[in-house]
Design a protein around this ligand. Structure first.
Ligand SMILES: [Mg+2]
Length: 266
């Protein structure tokens, strides 16, 4: 049997200064109260989904047409707007405004449609296998092994992220997150993720110990606006050169240089 203390503190005992770890509750660790592991800085690493965990565009965009037809009776062909880095809540609102619905959020169909996106996407991908970004799964596993907490910060609704990541076998790694059904503003999702992490794991992180992993300049701006760190990885559609202009804290071409990536979180 592994003791809670071992589970939490067994690796990397090199002396590093205290932690963004303020408090641990009982819930995340099976009911007993684990001692704080004071020689280890635990980080919260929040992963974007599209372009970081899964290949960008793997699901296509036709589900937007399905959702808008199903809930609003409108045939739309405007689903080729720029969607990168936007939340699903913002995209749905934008598409509906383009179709002449002036204040989509006040329409009682809006939340029903938003919450149905996950079901529609799950149906579309049920016979497909979504493609993971090379090496990202090993990176996630390594972070967990080093006792960091991994979560999600994505414009996808929670249920859409779940459908896609379950398909790829990745959902099981993530304890909590900020999802795109909660706000039209991506930057709001950071605080939402921090609260969700606190609720699910009992750990309250300081922003200096929070990292976003993202593939677009919107991820970089989101991190800067909210005072957390950003590791930009050019595994989506935006190039290293393009991302560099936005001055992320860290920038990688892909997840292949494993050792360098892990160094960021030491
Ligand atoms: Mg992305």
């Amino acid at each position: 049997m592994i003791l809670q203390e071992e589970l939490f503190c067994s690796r990397d005992r090199e002396a590093v200064k205290p932690a963004g770890l303020r408090r641990l509750s009982l819930s995340a660790f099976g009911g007993s109260n684990p001692p704080l592991c004071k020689d280890k800085i635990m980080k919260l690493v929040l992963f974007d989904v599209d372009g970081i965990l899964l290949k960008f565009g793997a699901v296509g965009r036709d589900y937007w047409k399905v959702i808008i037809k199903k809930h609003f009776g409108i045939e739309t062909n405007r689903h080729n707007i720029d969607m990168q880095g936007k939340t699903d809540r913002a995209i749905l609102a934008e598409l509906l405004v383009l179709e002449g619905i002036k204040d989509p959020e006040s329409d009682k169909r809006f939340l029903i449609a938003l919450n149905d996106i996950g079901n529609v996407v799950a149906e579309i991908i049920k016979d497909k296998k979504l493609e993971k970004i090379p090496n990202v799964e090993n990176f996630v596993k390594q972070l967990i092994q080093e006792k960091h907490i991994v979560g999600l910060l994505t414009g996808n609704t929670r249920e859409k992220a779940r459908a896609k990541l379950e398909n790829a076998g990745l959902w099981k790694y993530f304890k909590a997150g900020g999802f795109g059904n909660r706000s039209q503003k991506r930057s709001d999702l950071v605080q939402i993720a921090l609260e969700d992490v606190k609720e699910k794991t009992g750990v309250e992180f300081e922003k200096k110990d929070v990292f976003l992993i993202g593939d677009t300049i919107r991820d970089i701006r989101c991190a800067k606006e909210t005072g957390v760190k950003i590791v930009a990885v050019a595994t989506g559609e935006q190039t290293v050169q393009y991302l560099e202009e936005e001055k992320p804290n860290y920038l990688f071409e892909n997840f292949n240089n494993f050792e360098k990536l892990i160094e960021v979180f030491k």
